[in-house]
Design a protein around this ligand. Structure first.
Ligand SMILES: Cc1cc2nc3c(=O)[nH]c(=O)nc-3n(C[C@H](O)[C@H](O)[C@H](O)COP(=O)(O)OP(=O)(O)OC[C@H]3O[C@@H](n4cnc5c(N)ncnc54)[C@H](O)[C@@H]3O)c2cc1C
Length: 461
């Protein structure tokens, strides 16, 4: 088959790129995925998963996900809605069917594996049939940042026969009543599983949390689709950075400002993937007192979890919950527009859907790859504190660069996936003006210090 663009991966990034591309260029796209439907990792996510950020920041630019409403009840009342798995999958299915296939300009190869051989691009169907795809314009790698999740990633430790190890996906359908839940993992997945159990009445003393590293997490209340809040977050980040003597000091200042959260105030976190967490979730997580910090797990037997620096005995009937997949990926940062392929990566800090849509818009509206890479330099996710600072510094510079292009600035300000967007009706809002003024006051000093911290330089005042 012939096509203008071959997009490999129909997850959030492939969908957002394709949507923006066909909106601004009269081209044909072949989108393929080894999974049977669009939505990427959400297809295999645990049943009680939700977006960790507001629905408004997720999906494709042309079609909002959700109704944009603010939660009226429950522990998160006052914060924007966050879609559950079923809503996300229905949204992507609808976007594919109505918008992509309905346009007549997109072909979707479901359940097809992509590979390249000496003759070119090949998509292999579930029955083994091979389709040769001749690509007139570009190949797009929309799986470069595909996250690794427990459902599709084996535990990073040995499991001896007889040991009861399950993935978080199985939590909701366990037979019987485990005598103890032993969670393995420091990140968002483990926090989701523990919060879900505690909300369902499990006693915190029945939970053991093996947490080799402690994480910094973003307070969900400051990551909201409201320009006063979003610009306020940028202002707080730059103000904290401007005065920070070290990376630890930066995060402590952000904690004081209500931006960053950590589970144990006595422990200095070394992990900064920084998913969002609500304060009600933090309160629940702090009720789990049996936390194990004895390094990484070597193996799990029916009787014990064996770690680098000790063992955790397992009572009969205990279940070990594997939440130890690495989640966000950190492959080498490369130019998005490469000689052979467009490799979708983030551009501003975080917000992969907005970044992929931005890349789709820039692909459609510019002719020269050097110029495209100039206006959209690649960024990466944070993992360590240093990487988080680098992500912020690179993201701030990138946002200035693409924001200086009038057409991109106009498109980005109309795109609801963009957290920095200011709706024209809010421009004169005193809260927005105050946040913008504060950001302007701290931006230069904050960016300069973030750059130093990202380069590993402690700062002498
Ligand atoms: C639990 C969880 C919650 C999250 N919540 C949020 C949130 O609220 N907001 C936010 O902005 N981000 C969130 N993220 C992060 C964000 O969802 C992900 O980074 C993003 O969705 C990843 O999309 P992707 O397209 O890069 O990867 P994926 O969703 O993994 O999609 C990549 C696709 O490529 C396909 N593929 C790969 N190689 C091939 C091949 N050779 N042939 C065929 N197909 C191939 C895969 O099958 C996959 O479907 C969350 C992540 C997780 C794990």
């Amino acid at each position: 088959m012939d096509t203008d663009y071959l997009v490999v991966g129909a997850g959030a990034m492939g969908m957002a790129f394709t949507d923006a591309l066909i909106d601004h260029a009269d081209v044909h796209v072949t989108l393929l995925d080894r999974r049977p439907a669009p939505g990427g990792h959400w297809q295999d996510a645990y049943p009680f998963v939700q977006l960790h950020q507001a629905s408004r920041f997720y999906g494709v630019a042309s079609t909002p996900l959700g109704s944009g409403s603010i939660q009226q009840e429950g522990p998160e009342a006052g914060l924007h809605e966050r879609a559950h798995r079923a809503e996300i999958l229905a949204y992507y299915d609808d976007a594919l069917r109505r918008r992509f296939l309905g346009s007549g300009r997109v072909t979707f190869l479901a359940g097809h594996e992509h590979r390249i051989d000496s003759t070119g691009h090949i998509a292999t169907s579930p029955t083994g049939e091979e389709v040769r795809v001749r690509v007139r314009r570009r190949v797009v790698d929309a799986a470069y940042l595909a996250p690794s999740i427990p459902a599709t990633t084996p535990p990073p430790f040995a499991v001896t026969p007889g040991a009861h190890v399950v993935t978080i996906n199985e939590l909701a359908r366990l037979d019987g009543d485990p005598t103890a839940y032993v969670f393995v993992g420091s990140g968002k997945t483990a926090t989701d599983g523990i919060v879900w159990l505690l909300r369902n009445g499990v006693d915190p003393d029945g939970i053991v949390w093996i947490r080799p590293r402690d994480p910094w997490m973003l307070n969900r209340a400051v990551v909201q689709p409201d320009p006063a809040v979003a610009i306020g977050l940028a202002a707080d980040t730059m103000a904290a950075a401007a005065d920070a003597a070290s990376l630890d000091d930066l995060f402590l200042r952000l904690e004081t400002a209500g931006v960053m959260l950590r589970i144990d105030p006595q422990v200095a976190p070394s992990m900064a993937k920084a998913p969002t967490l609500a304060t009600w979730e933090l309160d629940l997580l702090r009720t789990v007192e049996h936390v194990v910090r004895m390094g990484r797990i070597r193996h799990v037997t029916a009787e014990a979890v064996v770690l680098d620096k000790g063992e955790v005995p397992l009572p009969p009937g205990a279940v070990v919950v594997h939440c130890a997949a690495s989640g966000l990926q950190h492959p080498p940062m490369v130019p998005i527009w490469g000689p052979d392929v467009i490799r979708l990566q983030t551009i501003r800090a975080g917000f992969p859907c907005f970044c992929a849509a931005l890349a789709g818009y820039v692909e459609a509206t510019r002719d020269d790859d050097r110029e495209r890479n100039r206006v959209c330099p690649a960024n990466a996710y944070g993992n360590t504190l240093t990487e988080w600072a680098r992500m912020q510094a690179r993201g701030a510079v990138a946002a200035r660069t693409y924001g200086a292009e009038p057409d991109i600035a106009a498109w980005a300000n109309g795109c609801e996936l963009n957290p920095a967007r200011i709706d024209p009706s809010r421009r004169a809002d005193p809260e927005v003006v105050a946040a913008t003024t504060r950001l302007q006051a701290h931006a230069e000093a904050g960016l300069a210090r973030l750059t130093q911290l990202a380069d590993g330089r402690e700062v002498v005042n």
